[in-house]
Design a protein around this ligand. Structure first.
Ligand code: MN
Length: 726
């Protein structure tokens, strides 16, 4: 328990000439005013202001701040007036206590407005006198330490507010120690089970690793001292909150925690910091991408340190922070550490770079009237590692850097993600790959027929979006394979005059299923759809001997019924729109990229649906050794769209030949996507990729190039290098 004398001792240690009389009066005043009041813990109320004052002394603040700590609740919880405080303690103390009191007074109803208002007041207070905020932080810290006495609902609300407002502000002020403690307590109350599990897991790991922490620490210290670096080395377990937050980010199980140890090296000079980093890397292998030089590039809150993560024995990683004594003080106490050098008011009027952000924030907040928008803009600044984006309605979504509109779409709703066809960012249409930036207003465009494609897995970065896309693809592929398999079997059943539906209704298929080790009929369909089992082998056994002898009905007539209507596809996306209720998973084969209008054939691939090839594609001829898997397909619609066609033009190697070919192509209003030439043996070969609308268009282009003076021949190229079903 903190006694008044402890506070005095503490101040004495860093400010021997402090005004003891002021503190005596503040203590007596507070004790008298709070007499008879008790906290939820059952202790006398005075315990609370005493602890707050002690925390402030721990921050090495001046005696005015500490007096305010002792008095911070008298306006709120007793009959004392501001005038009375003014009379007794002077203007400074009265204004500060008033400022602290005002921060937690709400005239607003909604949670969000309330939060925004707390932020606003904190900011204004910081501009006026930073000490208000420091006292408020100390107040919150002690309240968090003693939160267990409150009912659950209150605890949750307070912990949430602490996590959303107080910890970020402590962070922004560079007060790492306060921030970490606020976060840990919040976690403990918001997710008590996870917190317990995590602490237990870490404790077990520590027990198993034996004296690992001591070993690493002494190895480090010894090695550095041998090399003439005067240093102190500390080892610790990282804060529970930081471990928890990282596991959350990576969506890892609590049991999987391994990155939980951190060591700190304090050296006398910056030069020694870098030298020490070198020795650390000589001793253990550094993890790439984890070396951070915050000495050369301080964080916005003035934090400076070198960071690295290395891997010790048995693959145990640990973080090493290296900094000077002064940097360490700033890292722990932040803005409060500046206090040593200053007396009296500290605020944004100060000619101090560290207050620039604060001034900017205050200017910003005066322009933003909507409390929600204000809150959002503030959060952007308080969590600089994240990207904050808005819906047109002003709802905010935070993403890791690199997130795209697709991540945004999936954050709104899974269905919005699935149907996402594009996005407007700040009013402009952008490609789905665009990385979102802070403050972007994102509007998702949805299509009625759009569905996720495999390509999307390369665009989405958040695990949520990627999970949803993968799940959809798997389900959809299975679903479509079942459909395809069912149709293939039914088609085959007709040819063999087998009454398939009747067999199904009579459960006469158990033999087939067990033969293939399958549990359900759908699994059989899926396997046929995937091409693992041929439809014929399933059906044939049920045919009459007569049919078996005569052979199945002719292909043509029956195949006609299985014709698929295929739309030309309009983008480079691999999704193909297929019309009608009987759509199947189809795609245009990459080896030949068939054009609308030209003859095409479909081929049932293993696991990827129906590949649609140009009938002239050389790959098809090789594939047709298995006619069971051929499906007749036809174009459904001749819409205006562009397809890429590759041509090889062989010409005499003469000057100007290339220019003539190109102008011939552009005279036909045809775009060239790719062009490459090579020469040899007196010949020039021009490889072209052109945007072609249909077969007629292609014929016209080919003919025109063919008659260019000097051109020997023009050939369409089929990419036979790629596997036909790929
Ligand atoms: Mn209080």
């Amino acid at each position: 328990m903190i006694r008044f004398e402890d506070i005095l001792d503490k101040i004495e240690s860093y400010k021997p000439d402090y005004d003891e009389e002021l503190l005596q009066r503040a203590y007596i005043f507070s004790a008298r005013e709070h007499r008879g009041q008790v906290r939820s813990s059952g202790e006398p109320y005075l315990i609370h202001p005493l602890n707050v004052a002690y925390i402030l002394a721990d921050m090495r603040l001046d005696e005015t701040s500490i007096a305010v700590g002792l008095l911070h609740d008298v306006l709120e919880d007793t009959l004392t007036t501001k005038e009375k405080l003014q009379e007794t303690f002077g203007n400074d103390v009265a204004e500060l206590v008033d400022g602290v009191t005002k921060i937690s007074r709400y005239a607003y109803v909604s949670k969000e407005e309330q939060q925004a208002e707390t932020f606003r007041k904190m900011l204004l207070a910081m501009v006026g006198d930073l000490r208000v905020v420091l006292v408020k932080l100390a107040d919150r810290l002690h309240n968090m330490r003693t939160l267990q006495y409150l009912p659950e609902e209150r605890r949750h609300a307070i912990a949430k507010e602490t996590l959303e407002i107080y910890a970020p502000i402590a962070n922004r002020l560079g007060m790492g120690k306060v921030k970490a403690e606020l976060e840990d307590y919040s976690l403990q109350h918001l997710h008590p089970r996870e917190y317990d599990e995590l602490s237990k897991t870490v404790a077990e790991k520590l027990a198993v690793s034996g004296d690992l922490v001591d070993r690493i620490r002494s190895t480090l210290a010894q090695r550095l001292r041998e090399n003439g670096i005067d240093c102190e080395v500390y080892g610790r377990v990282k804060s529970m909150f930081s471990i928890w937050a990282k596991l959350r980010r990576q969506e890892t199980d609590i049991g999987q925690v391994y990155d939980y140890l951190a060591f700190r090296i304090i050296t006398p000079s910056i030069k020694d910091c870098y030298a020490a980093l070198g020795f650390v890397h000589q001793m253990w292998r550094p993890v790439p991408g984890r070396i951070k030089d915050y000495i050369a590039m301080p964080k916005p809150n003035l934090y400076q340190s070198l960071h690295t993560t290395v891997v010790a024995e048995k693959g145990q990683p640990f973080e090493v922070q290296i900094r000077t004594r002064e940097m360490d003080l700033i890292a722990e106490q932040g803005i409060a550490a500046h206090w040593k050098y200053k007396e009296g008011r500290v605020g944004a009027h100060d000619d101090d770079k560290s207050f620039l952000w604060l001034r900017q924030l205050v200017e910003q907040q005066q322009e933003i009237k909507d409390p929600r928008l204000f809150l959002h803009s503030l959060k952007i600044d308080l969590y600089p590692d994240e990207v904050y984006t808005f819906t047109p309605k002003g709802d905010v979504f935070a993403f890791p850097r690199g997130a795209t509109p697709l991540d945004f779409a999936y954050r709104i709703h899974t269905d919005v993600g699935h149907r996402c066809v594009g996005a407007r960012v700040n009013g402009k249409l952008v490609p789905l790959r665009t990385a979102l930036k802070n403050g972007d207003i994102v509007e998702i465009l949805q299509g009625t027929t759009q569905t996720p494609s495999r390509e999307w897995l390369n665009i989405a970065v958040t695990s949520r979006a990627r999970h949803k896309i993968r799940h959809w693809l798997n389900t959809e592929q299975k679903h479509r394979s079942i459909e395809l398999g069912r149709k293939l079997i039914e088609k085959e059943a007709k040819r063999y005059k087998v009454q398939w539906r009747k067999l199904v209704a009579e459960n006469a298929l158990d033999g087939v299923l067990s033969e293939h080790g399958l549990a359900r009929l759908d699994d059989l369909y899926a396997d046929v759809g995937y091409g693992k089992i041929s439809a014929r082998s399933v059906v044939e056994r049920f045919a009459t001997d007569e049919v078996k002898e005569k052979g199945p009905a002719a292909e043509a007539g029956v195949l006609q019924q299985a014709v698929r209507k295929i739309f030309p596809f309009t983008s480079s996306s691999q999704t193909i729109k297929v019309r009608g209720y009987d759509d199947l998973l189809t795609y245009l084969a990459k080896c030949c990229n068939p054009l609308p209008g030209e003859p095409i054939v479909g081929y049932v691939t293993r696991g990827k649906g129906v590949a649609v090839h140009s009938a002239n594609c050389p790959n098809v001829k090789n594939l047709m050794f298995n006619p069971d898997r051929e499906i007749e397909v036809e174009w459904a619609d001749q819409r205006q769209s562009q397809f890429q066609v590759e041509l090889e033009v062989v010409a005499e190697d003469r000057q100007g030949i290339l220019a003539r070919v190109i102008s011939t192509i552009s005279n036909l209003k045809t775009n060239i996507r790719h062009l490459e030439t090579r020469t040899g043996d007196g010949r020039a070969t021009i490889d072209l990729a052109l945007e072609i609308a249909d077969l007629k268009h292609l014929e016209k282009v080919t003919k025109s190039i063919g008659v260019v003076d000097g051109v020997i021949r023009v050939e369409r190229r089929y990419n036979t290098g790629r596997h036909a079903t790929a």
